[in-house]
Design a protein around this ligand. Structure first.
Ligand code: FNR
Length: 334
């Protein structure tokens, strides 16, 4: 059973938290990795397939064949699937589908985007604690794996504590707290004091989040942990920019991280568009350099790989995959 004590965690990030980045984070030293937020009703359109070429489990969208969620044995004990939901019944349906493929389920109660709020998901649930509690309780009652949620703080320490205490009575095993309110943006300072106030007063592990602006080296993770008084820390942007932030031995150069990420993207046949998006977020301003512009024109994994001298690696892997017949070889799982 997954423990949430004393852990350093890759935070959920839409489009960033796909399989190659999660594996890279684990290999660099992350203890737990969250998936990107997956929306319950979209997930319910998928079918589970065992992909015997990649040795992965794929949840494939039945309407367009895209991979909604791909996972593998290497992460099985450490991957937390984050769901976007506003409905206990739908959430349980998804959770039961993936129960044997992931280590835990997390509910997103922090997303402030219009899409989430309009759908009654994400941070909208913080304004409806009864509904949020009901979703968590239904999951806890029906699952054999841990259930958690990730929230944003409310305006005051006490308001935040009151909601957290209610959510905890559902039986969740931990709670992630992003120390910003619904209306605050990433550039605003993070309220470490409110995270600490809550963490000091509750009985389950609190996972502190929101410190990336101040997390430039691995040791900064421990400073943030100390500042928030939490047992565990969850990192989003600092990992998006340089995933080797999880390495105790120190940061690796950007090009090394890109190469290691790219190899995993090739190994796991990640889509070129998702691979490109993740690399764009590592390169950031460097997209404006001649090499960055060359990269932006790439459309295939092979083209991207050639910029980092991995063309041979990519060709070899892709031809191996093709020989095995990567397309159309999914088997229906029992
Ligand atoms: C996020 N965040 C986020 N949160 C969440 O609960 N589910 C999600 O799918 C996402 N997606 C996402 C994508 C990207 C690109 C970013 C940068 C952020 C929020 C994230 O998990 C975290 O709460 C904040 O970024 C604050 O933490 P950091 O960045 O200071 O470590």
């Amino acid at each position: 059973m997954l423990s949430y004590e004393n852990k350093i965690i890759l935070a959920p990030m839409v489009r960033i938290g796909t399989l190659p980045m999660r594996l890279l984070a684990l290999r660099y030293g992350a203890d737990i990795v969250y998936t990107e937020e997956l929306i319950d009703w979209k997930f319910l359109r998928s079918k589970r397939r065992y992909n015997d070429i990649l040795d992965t489990v794929d949840y494939v969208d039945q309407t367009d064949g895209t991979i909604i969620f791909r996972t593998c044995t290497e992460e099985k004990e450490k991957v937390v699937l984050q769901l976007g939901t506003c409905d206990a019944e739908r959430a349980v349906k998804v959770a039961k589908l993936v129960e044997n493929d992931v280590a835990a389920i997390d509910i997103n109660m922090g997303c402030p985007k219009e899409f989430s709020i309009k759908g009654g998901m994400g941070v909208a649930l913080m304004a409806q604690p009864d509904k949020a509690y009901n979703i968590l309780k239904t999951l806890v009652d029906n699952l054999s794996i841990p259930v958690t949620c990730k929230i944003r703080i409310l305006d005051t320490p006490d308001e935040t504590l009151t909601v957290v205490q209610k959510l905890i009575t559902s039986g969740i095993k931990a709670i992630g707290i992003h120390g910003r309110t619904r209306n605050e943006r990433p550039q605003h300072p993070v309220h470490t004091d409110i995270i600490q106030y809550v963490s000091d007063r509750v009985s389950i592990p609190v996972i502190a989040n929101g410190g990336s602006k101040e997390i430039e080296t691995h040791s900064d993770i421990y400073k943030f942990k100390k500042l928030t008084g939490c047992t565990s820390v969850m990192i989003a942007r600092a990992a998006e920019w340089n995933c080797s932030i999880f390495r105790e031995e120190g940061l690796l150069p950007m090009d090394t991280v890109i190469r290691e990420y790219l190899k995993l993207a090739v190994d796991y046949d990640n889509s070129p568009s998702n691979t490109k998006y993740c690399i764009q977020n590592i390169l950031r301003d460097l997209q404006e350099t001649p090499r960055g512009r060359q990269f932006l024109e790439c459309q295939t994994l092979e083209q991207i790989c050639s910029i980092w001298d991995l063309d041979e690696y990519c060709q070899q892997k892709q031809s191996q995959h093709q020989k095995l017949g990567i397309q159309g070889r999914w088997q229906v799982c029992p």
